[in-house]
Design a protein around this ligand. Structure first.
Ligand SMILES: Nc1ncnc2c1ncn2[C@@H]1O[C@H](COP(=O)(O)OP(=O)(O)OP(=O)(O)O)[C@@H](O)[C@H]1O
Ligand SMILES: [Mg+2]
Length: 226
């Protein structure tokens, strides 16, 4: 397993001629067609494109949750598209952080338990103590609260704390502010981008929101690959 703290000059994400199709009642549904791009270390890249253009599909491929019909994805020198299912899960647990629109938090666990999952379940090396990270996201008073009593903005702050508590080099975010009002949305983005900048974490972010994608170093429009 690659150690995320020992980066080499090959460190980046390479998406190389990716296509993805799904079976449908009208035959094969081609979602992604020959998508290629690179992401440099510590870059913040936004993926945009109309609803249904395959943004989430692409993120699932890069996360190794799904495998493409063709093409390859290399992350920090590991070609994840050649790994087994278990290999990809392992890689994901050790290298990637996630902040998604529907949070992906475990409702029956507390804030502390959710935040500690990457460290306790996957043995990821910690970058912050639990107390430190909860203080940073302003959730100290909610440490022992169950997720289901939290507001949407608070849940997204839990997701951010969980994403950044371990030493991950790469964060994937899918519409991280999609369900939040403008004020909360801005607060969450500030928090996410500040952590990424401070820690040198590379970010791939899916968004519809021009206020958000104009803050990225680079924007990739899936419509331009059609
Ligand atoms: N596992 C699957 N099987 C069949 N079709 C799928 C599957 N996953 C996604 N699709 C289809 O692929 C298309 C792209 O979906 P995707 O969720 O990637 O779009 P998106 O760009 O993220 O859209 P949105 O902006 O609405 O979130 C959709 O038409 C969807 O129904
Ligand atoms: Mg989507």
């Amino acid at each position: 397993m690659l150690n995320s703290s020992s980066h080499t000059p090959i460190d980046y994400v390479i998406v190389d001629h990716i296509s993805q199709s799904f079976p449908s009642s009208e035959g094969e549904l081609k979602i992604l067609k020959n998508i290629s791009f690179h992401i440099g270390e510590s870059e913040v890249v936004a993926i945009i494109g109309p609803s249904g253009s395959g943004k989430t599909t692409l993120l699932n491929l890069i996360a190794g949750i799904d495998t493409p019909t063709s093409g390859s994805i290399t992350i920090w020198g590991t070609e994840i598209t050649r790994l087994s299912d278990d290999g990809r899960s392992d890689f994901r647990a050790n290298h990637l952080g996630f902040v998604f629109q529907d949070f992906l938090l475990l409702d029956h666990l507390t804030v502390a338990e959710n935040v500690m999952l990457p460290i306790e379940m996957h043995g990821l090396e910690a970058r912050f103590s639990l107390e430190e990270i909860l203080e940073r996201v302003g959730l100290t008073s909610k440490t022992n609260s169950k997720i289901n009593i939290l507001s949407r903005g608070e849940r997204q702050r839990v997701a951010i704390a969980r994403a950044f508590i371990g030493k991950i080099p790469f964060l994937l975010a899918d519409e991280p502010t999609g369900n939040l009002d403008t004020k909360n949305s801005q607060k969450i983005m500030d928090m996410l981008l500040n952590f990424a900048e401070e820690l040198g974490v590379t970010v791939l972010l899916v968004t519809h929101d021009p206020e958000i994608y104009r803050r990225a170093n680079r924007v990739i429009d899936l419509a331009t690959f059609a």
